[in-house]
Each structure stands twice: as structure tokens, then as C-alpha cells.
Design a protein around this ligand. Structure first.
Ligand code: 10E
Ligand code: SF4
Length: 316
């Protein structure tokens, strides 16, 4: 017996690290082993302070631009991808560089190039200013990619030739919001060409599906992730849209607003694709300190995706 109030914790599965994040972090760790510190990383390797701080402690130096890196140290490009100009500059400066762009982001880059080569102008569905969007748009010459973020934006774009259009998407968007934008594009531009589904990746899709499954069972949802993590913020929105009024992003257990969930007796916990499992355990432990906790895992999919690190590091 315990005098603590009872608490049901529904733990979403899958949650946390995806294959692209796992690979990107490994790339930095292996680069540090191969070349020693410091290794430069252009942009946060993934959007998580805990991960970035851990790699900084091991000797990684995080910068936003290649101009901040010396010529004679290796540099790694983040999992979100980079505009073509970035590797081009690294080559011209004869730098050693490793591209940690997720293969599923690179796939979208290739798609954009293929459509461009076929004479189509691109519409990208994504969030303005996000590094993945900058990287994907930066695969093509300026002006070749029109960005839309919302259904309303579709009415405002002026393509060169409405009959020669294709669309691509950011990989971490809301599945449902994107479906609505695609419908709006197809209604305005019936000839628009698109991917078989969208470009939203398996990890994004699975994490959102799992949140939808637990939302009806819970009084509150905590999404472990960083404020600049697009996929994590989408999980918060998906939770709200699926009926969970209190859906909140938390970076660490210390950021949980206990007063806000005072009356809650069932809470959902998930983690964005860049949030490590130790932070999930930290949150569960914080609940255990206050409540008599029962944990139930709600598994809506199994993932077995794995991406190899680049050859230059495998040979290390
Ligand atoms: O902000 P995002 O969700 O794009 O990035 P993240 O670092 O939080 O998670 C990994 C996702 C990547 C690299 C984009 N496909
Ligand atoms: Fe790759 Fe998807 Fe993970 Fe992004 S969220 S790194 S696209 S697997």
C-alpha cells in the first residue's frame, strides 16, 4: 500500500529516436573517434539540447555556418540536410566533411532534382526557415521551389506554368494537415505531380499514429522534445487534435508543470524522434516520485529501420 495517488501512464510506442537520428549521432561519435576532437558540426546534429550537450562534452563544436569552421578540421552536416552550396563550399575549401543528412531527407532532395530535370516547378509543403526546408529548397536554383505552409497559402502561389508542377514535403509534417494541403493543391492544379504518398517519413507517421491511439484514454499528454524540434511539436498538435486538451512539450522532467496536471489520473507520454530514451525514463521516474504509477505501453507499430553510416567512418 502507498499513500500516493494512483496514476496510469500510457507510454506510446514507437517513440523517440528514429533511424536517421540514430545514424547522425553515431556519425558524430565515430568522427570524433576517427579524427579526434574537435570535430565541427554544422547546425545541431539533431534538435535536442541533451544530445548536443553530450556531443559537445566529447569534443564536437556546433556552428551554424560553414564559414565558422576552419579548413583543416572535419565538419559534419546535420541530419536535416543542407543546401547544395554547403558541400560545394566544403569541397572548394578542400575540407573533410561527412554528410549526416537522413537518407529519407536525401530521397526528397533526389525527387526534387528529378522533377526539376523533367521541367517541373516544385511546390514544397513545409515550415519556412526550418533547416530541412532550407536544405531541400537549396537543391534547386532560387525561385524553382514555391513554399506553402497552410491550405490558405495554396491560393497565394503563382507558378510559372500551372500545368508543369510537382510537390514535395518536409518529412516531419502532420500527416492530416498535409493531406488537406495536398487536396488543396490538387484542386487548384489538377496536373500537379506528387510522390506515391507524401514524403512524411515512417518515424513521423508512426509516432503520430501512436499519439492518436492513446489520446482518447488520457487526461494529459507530455511530448518529450525540444522547442525547435518540428516533429515533436507536431506530436503536441496531433495530441490536441485527437482530443487531449492538455498536450505539452517538455524538454526534461524538471520542466513538467505538475500543477497543470494536478487532477489528471491518466497521462500519455511520448518522445519526438530526436529525444533520447533516458529522458523518457527520467520523466517516468519523476511520476513515480509523486504517484503510485502503473505503466502501460501502447504499441501501434514495430520499427526495424536502420541506416548505415558513410563508408569513410565504417572503415575507421
Ligand atoms: O525539427 P525536426 O523534427 O526536423 O528535427 P529533429 O532533429 O527534432 O528530429 C529529427 C528529424 C530530422 C533530422 C528531419 N527529418
Ligand atoms: Fe529521417 Fe524521419 Fe528521422 Fe527525419 S524523422 S531523421 S526523415 S527517419
Amino acid at each position: 500500500m502507498t499513500d500516493k495517488p494512483e496514476m496510469m501512464l500510457y507510454l506510446a510506442a514507437p517513440r523517440g529516436f528514429c533511424a536517421g537520428v540514430d545514424r547522425a549521432i553515431k556519425i558524430v561519435e565515430m568522427a570524433l573517434q576517427k579524427w579526434g576532437a574537435p570535430v565541427y558540426v554544422r547546425h545541431e546534429i539533431v534538435h535536442n539540447k541533451f544530445v548536443v550537450d553530450g556531443l559537445r562534452d566529447k569534443g564536437a563544436i556546433f556552428v551554424e555556418e560553414l564559414s565558422e569552421c576552419p579548413d583543416d578540421r572535419p565538419v559534419i552536416f546535420s541530419a536535416h540536410g543542407v543546401p547544395k552550396a554547403v558541400p560545394a563550399e566544403a569541397r572548394s575549401r578542400e575540407m573533410v566533411f561527412v554528410d549526416a543528412t537522413c537518407p529519407l531527407v536525401s530521397k526528397v532532395h533526389v525527387e526534387a532534382e528529378r522533377h526539376f530535370a523533367a521541367g517541373l516547378q516544385m511546390v514544397m509543403i513545409g515550415h519556412e526557415g526550418h533547416p530541412e526546408v532550407l536544405g531541400t529548397m537549396g537543391q534547386l536554383p532560387e525561385g524553382e521551389v514555391l513554399l506553402v505552409e497552410t491550405v490558405e497559402d495554396v491560393a497565394g502561389i503563382s507558378p510559372r506554368d500551372p500545368a508543369k508542377l510537382a510537390y514535395i514535403t518536409q518529412t516531419t509534417l502532420s500527416v492530416d494537415d498535409t493531406a488537406a494541403i495536398v487536396l488543396a493543391l490538387q484542386a487548384r492544379f489538377p496536373a500537379i505531380v506528387g510522390p506515391a504518398k507524401e514524403d512524411i517519413c515512417y518515424a513521423t507517421t508512426n509516432r503520430q499514429a501512436s499519439v492518436k491511439e492513446i489520446a482518447p484514454k488520457i487526461d494529459a499528454l507530455l511530448v518529450i522534445g525540444a522547442p525547435n524540434s518540428s516533429n515533436s511539436r507536431r506530436l503536441v498538435e496531433v495530441g490536441k487534435a485527437a482530443g487531449c486538451a492538455y498536450s505539452q512539450l517538455v524538454q526534461r522532467a524538471e520542466h513538467i508543470d505538475w500543477r497543470a496536471i494536478e487532477g489528471a489520473r491518466s497521462v500519455g507520454v511520448t518522445a519526438g524522434a530526436s529525444a533520447p530514451e533516458v529522458l523518457v525514463n527520467e520523466v517516468i521516474d519523476a511520476f513515480r516520485a509523486r504517484f503510485d504509477v502503473t505503466v502501460e505501453i501502447v504499441e501501434t507499430a514495430r520499427e526495424n529501420v536502420e541506416f548505415k553510416v558513410p563508408r569513410v567512418l565504417r572503415e575507421a
